[in-house]
Structure formats: structure tokens, C-alpha cells
Design a protein around this ligand. Structure first.
Ligand code: SF4
Length: 456
């Protein structure tokens, strides 16, 4: 066999045995597969985590975790048992090296960040921002971002069944943390959703709606179904994509009888009207694709959704090598028929520098994964450039790799640029993490920050 940089091997999906963790030693398969049980046993603080892992994790680990929650975390802790169970999946809590395996684990790294993970000199980029994509500025109605000419993002609710440490909507999603007071929507949910539908009725050039949040799995099913039914009444809407990380984090939700029956009704209407209904999920590590996740995806295909696609986030220490990315893509595709679609570079939110990769690294990753997957399932690695939108990483117009500043252009106006004559000529900047730059680049940023301090 010819030796290749990546060697493909079909992997069987594994549901790790949750009974290896002392807090779940007596949990039955029926309990485990109940969405209600999963929601009631989510881990929200280190006391609850300790109750699950017993004496497995060291006191130093908990001190590290609590320090991060106090001083850095932009998201509060919330992790369903299903996801927690995929951390260090091969080790029992009393196995030697359990704490070490947790520190190194990709799911732990992004779901339960600890203080020692963070970058020391530049934990946040000087240009990092809450709402780094300026979505709220582009709200056509509260929670409805109109950034691209033909598509919108509808943020129906600001909660999820799981909170990811790197969440790009950290401004709005989840509970406030000691360092971040979350913004609140001003309208009641029913009024907000009504205002979104009104805008879509008035704006027939929008043909594609990403129904998101948060995570739609946290919206009571009847509410979600009535919103989707109203969308399906609009002749102009041809694509509907439901955003739910919970397809992986809480597959029990999508496997519940109420949701399956409801999806079947919605998918049947969509099909009869020629509308493509898809689910977009968010899986970042191969070990998260378990048999239960595959069952949830299969249930959605059975219900009649056209496709289930994955939009992962490229995160250092999680999936930033070609092998990690390809293992994940093959687990999704072979194991669960989930289409690898995008990998976004992690956005420039506060505290994210240890996760982010440079544009050059992202380009190298895109090149490295070409040719292994079918073309239709080869994900695009994209940079979501503020005020621009998604750009494939090789579309960069200019790149100063020493200072880590890339410049991008665009071919459409966002909703707020109707009368901006330069919108399509301007170059928009994006920034690499400073600690990954060559010495001269790091020194340049230090000088910049000294100047800013003096001026301030
Ligand atoms: S599931 Fe999505 S919206 Fe929710 S915390 Fe994670 S990244 Fe943010």
C-alpha cells in the first residue's frame, strides 16, 4: 500500500460506558437515553463535576477550572452527561493518568477551559470584541441578522443545552459570568419572532433562513414548529437550516418521540412545497460522534430532512491537525452520514487566543485535507471576517504574515452598507494570534500596545 500523509481507517463509533464514572455508576440505559434525564443531570459547576468524577480529578484541576470561571470564562459551565461522557473515553475515574487525560482531551479543552489553557501574554487580541461579527448591528429585526444578500440568521433564543467555551455569540448566549454581563433581548419572544416574520414577508429577496440561537433544541417544540410552519408559508423561502449542536451534545432530544413526529410534519410540508430543510450541527472532535449521535442523525433523515451538515470550529488542541480534522470528517460521514461542510476559524472574541490558529495555518490545513474525502464532503475552512462574512481561507487579498494581519474584500453589501460607496472596494482586516507571530511581529504589537497605553 502506498504510504500517505494521512492513512484512512474505518473506525467503529463508540458510546463510552458512563458507568465508569462514579456519579453515574447506577445510571440505566433507559435513563441515559432520556432527554429529560440528560437535561436534569447537566453539569453546571465544579461541585457537580466532582460528584460525577469522584476522586478521579485532582484538586489542582478543580482549582484551575474555578480560577478560569472566576477570571476568564466568557461562557458559564453547562455540559450534558452525553458530552461529558466522551471526555477521556477510555479511562475510568480511578485509572492512573485520569487527570492528565482530561487536561489533554479535545472535548474538555473547548467545553471546560481551565486557567492554565489560556494564553499568558495575550489572552485576548487587542482587537477582540464581544459580538466580534457585529451581528447585532445588522439586525433587521431584533435577533434577525441580515448580512448576506439572500440569507438571514434568525436567533430565536439565547440559550443552548450546552455552552462552548469559545462561543462566538458570547455577547448574548448563556448566563452572565463574573467577567461578562450578557446582553438581553428587549422584546418578548413571541413579539420578536413575529417581527422577524414580518421582515421576511416584506423582503422577498431573502430565500434562505438559518434558524438558530442559541440552539433550537432549547425552544419548546410547539413554538419551533409554529415558527417553521410560518416560514414555510412564505413562497420566497427556499432553504431552511436548523442550527443545533444538541444533535451531538444531546442527541436524546432529537430522538424523542415528540421531536421526531414534529420534524416529520415539518419535513413533509417542506417537501410538498419544494423547500430544502436541513439540520446544521456543530461537532469539533471525532470522539463526539457516538452511536447515539448517529441514531439521532438517522432519525432526522427518516423524518425527511434533506441533509444534516456539520459546521465545526477550528480550535488549537482540538482539531487543528490534518489527522484530527480528517478523523472527524470520516467519523461524521462514515458513522453518521453527517456532511462535513465548514470549519470556521475561531472568532476574535475575548479570551480565545489559545484556541485560534493563524490564517497561514488554516490555509495549510485546507490544503492538507484536500483529496481524501469525496469532493462534496470536503469541508471548506473559512474565516468569518468582521463586516465581510465567510471567506474561504485562500481568498485572502493581502497578508502580512509577520504582523499577522490579513486583508479581505467582498462582493456584496451587508444590510447596513446600502449607501456606502466604498463597501465593495475597501479591504477589511483580520488578525492572527500575536503569540504565534515571528519575534519581529510580536515586538511590533508590543510597541503598538505601549503607544496605545501612553495615548490612553
Ligand atoms: S452551541 Fe453554539 S450558540 Fe450554543 S454555546 Fe455552543 S457555539 Fe454558542
Amino acid at each position: 500500500m502506498t504510504e500517505q500523509p494521512y492513512s484512512y481507517q474505518r473506525q467503529e463509533l463508540i458510546e463510552p460506558d458512563w458507568r465508569r464514572l462514579p456519579g453515574w455508576a447506577d445510571v440505566t440505559p433507559e435513563q441515559w437515553e432520556s432527554a429529560q434525564w440528560q437535561r436534569a443531570h447537566c453539569v453546571k459547576n465544579s461541585r457537580q463535576l466532582r460528584a460525577v468524577t469522584g476522586t478521579g480529578l485532582s484538586d489542582e484541576f478543580f482549582a484551575d477550572l474555578e480560577q478560569d470561571q472566576r477570571e476568564r470564562a466568557t461562557m458559564s459551565m453547562l455540559i450534558p452527561p452525553q458530552m461529558l461522557n466522551t471526555i477521556a473515553p477510555a479511562l475510568a475515574a480511578d485509572d492512573p493518568g485520569f487527570t492528565r487525560a482530561w487536561y489533554a482531551d479535545p472535548v474538555r479543552r473547548y467545553m471546560l477551559p481551565v486557567a492554565s489553557d489560556r494564553e499568558v501574554e495575550w489572552p485576548s487580541h487587542p482587537y477582540a470584541q464581544r459580538d466580534s461579527l457585529h451581528e447585532a448591528e445588522m439586525w433587521a429585526a431584533e435577533g434577525l441578522t441580515h448580512r448576506y444578500p439572500t440569507k438571514v440568521l434568525a436567533e430565536l433564543l439565547p440559550t443552548c443545552p450546552q455552552y462552548c467555551g469559545h462561543c462566538t455569540r458570547m455577547d448574548l448566549v448563556g448566563n452572565s459570568t463574573p467577567t461578562v454581563t450578557k446582553h438581553k433581548m428587549s422584546l418578548a419572544r413571541a413579539d420578536r419572532l413575529e417581527a422577524m416574520l414580518d421582515y421576511l414577508k416584506r423582503t422577498p429577496e431573502v430565500r434562505d433562513v438559518v434558524v438558530s440561537g442559541g440552539d433550537v433544541a432549547n425552544l419548546p417544540w410547539p413554538r419551533l414548529e409554529s415558527f417553521l410552519s410560518a416560514l414555510l408559508e412564505l413562497e420566497s423561502i427556499r432553504d431552511i437550516r436548523l442550527a443545533s449542536k444538541a444533535l451531538m451534545g444531546l442527541p436524546q432530544h432529537w430522538l424523542s418521540a415528540e421531536v421526531r413526529a414534529g420534524m416529520e410534519r415539518v419535513a413533509t410540508t417542506a417537501r410538498s412545497r419544494g423547500v430544502s430543510l436541513a439540520i446544521h450541527t456543530h461537532v469539533n472532535a471525532a470522539q463526539s460522534v457516538t452511536p447515539l449521535v448517529a441514531r439521532a442523525a438517522a432519525a432526522m433523515f427518516e423524518a425527511g430532512v434533506r441533509d444534516v451538515r456539520n459546521q465545526g470550529v477550528l480550535l488549537r488542541g482540538v482539531n487543528s491537525t490534518p489527522t484530527e480534522l480528517l478523523d472527524l470528517c470520516f467519523a461524521l460521514l462514515d458513522g453518521a452520514r453527517i456532511m462535513p461542510y465548514y470549519f470556521y476559524m475561531c472568532d476574535m472574541i475575548p479570551g480565545a487566543e489559545h484556541w485560534r490558529v493563524t490564517v497561514a495555518e488554516a490555509q495549510a490545513l485546507q490544503s492538507a485535507i484536500m483529496g481524501y474525502l469525496p469532493g462534496f464532503a470536503t469541508p471548506r475552512v473559512v474565516c468569518d471576517v468582521p463586516y465581510v462574512g465567510k471567506r474561504w481561507v485562500h481568498q485572502v487579498a493581502r497578508y502580512d504574515a509577520a504582523r499577522g494581519i490579513s486583508y479581505w474584500t467582498k462582493n456584496y453589501r451587508t444590510a447596513i452598507e446600502g449607501d456606502d460607496p466604498l463597501a465593495l472596494d475597501r479591504e477589511y482586516a483580520y488578525y492572527d494570534p500575536i503569540h504565534l507571530l515571528p519575534d519581529e511581529g510580536q515586538e511590533w504589537w508590543r510597541a503598538q500596545s505601549r503607544t496605545a497605553e501612553l495615548a490612553g
